[in-house]
Design a protein. Structure first.
Lengths: 110, 111
């Protein structure tokens, strides 16, 4: 089954810097979702972007989608130590069953 | 407070033993899912159910079984046929086509 692939696998930044992580996928999608997972916890939904949308914002989060390149990016602005977590993209090809990537591990140093 | 509750948080399995992981939701969601998470592997779908009394195999169903007798409950049994069961198991629920809500997982280890 299709799987989004996040890049980079790991990212380490200082508090206040921006963090950008990318997701690439292989076939056409209905929507793409980003989730966050704190260590030892379940995933929490952040943003859903539909295939006919190019950009969405939520607080310090900005998600873009380029369907021609089959890629999405998640930007976290002015990162905080509390943003330390793993971030996953999930693609829905129309089956309503999202397929998750392997995630980007983000560490924000205070 | 609406949400998904997984229990227990930690579980240990002996050789040849079946163990059952509990997942309960009070979000009135029709769809429920079980995922397995191994380090560096992301989430892999074990089983999903889109309606009561019906469920479908995911990508890695071998060695696992489920039931969906009630809308609120979707227990997962890890059978003795699953030779490498050590992992973090996540349950999720959703309205069809909407983002998933996750429980806080059960960590299963072998004794």
């Amino acid at each position: 089954s299709q799987q989004g692939e996040e890049d980079p696998q790991a990212l380490s930044i200082q508090e206040g810097e921006n963090a950008t992580m990318n997701c690439s996928y292989k076939t056409s999608i209905n929507n793409l979702q980003w989730y966050r997972q704190n260590s030892g916890r379940g995933l929490v939904h952040l943003i859903l972007i539909r295939s006919n949308e190019r950009e969405k914002h939520s607080g310090r989060l900005r998600v873009t989608l380029d369907t021609s390149k089959k890629s999405s990016s998640l930007l976290i602005t002015a990162s905080r130590a509390a943003d330390t977590a793993s971030y996953f993209c999930a693609t829905d090809e129309g089956s309503y069953i999202p397929t998750f990537g392997r995630g980007t591990s983000l560490i924000v140093h205070p | 407070d609406g949400g998904i509750t997984q229990s227990p948080k930690y579980l240990f399995r002996k050789e040849g033993q079946n163990v059952t992981l509990s997942c309960e939701q009070n979000l009135n969601h029709d769809a429920m899912y079980w995922y397995r998470q191994d380090p560096g592997q992301g989430l892999r779908l074990i089983y999903y159910s889109q309606i009561v009394n019906d469920f479908q195999k995911g990508d890695i169903a071998e060695g696992y079984s489920v039931s969906r007798e009630k809308k609120e409950s979707f227990p997962l049994t890890v059978t003795s046929a699953q030779k490498n069961p050590t992992a973090f198991y996540l349950c999720a629920s959703s309205i069809r086509g909407q983002p998933q809500h996750f429980g806080d997982g059960t960590r299963l280890s072998i004794l």
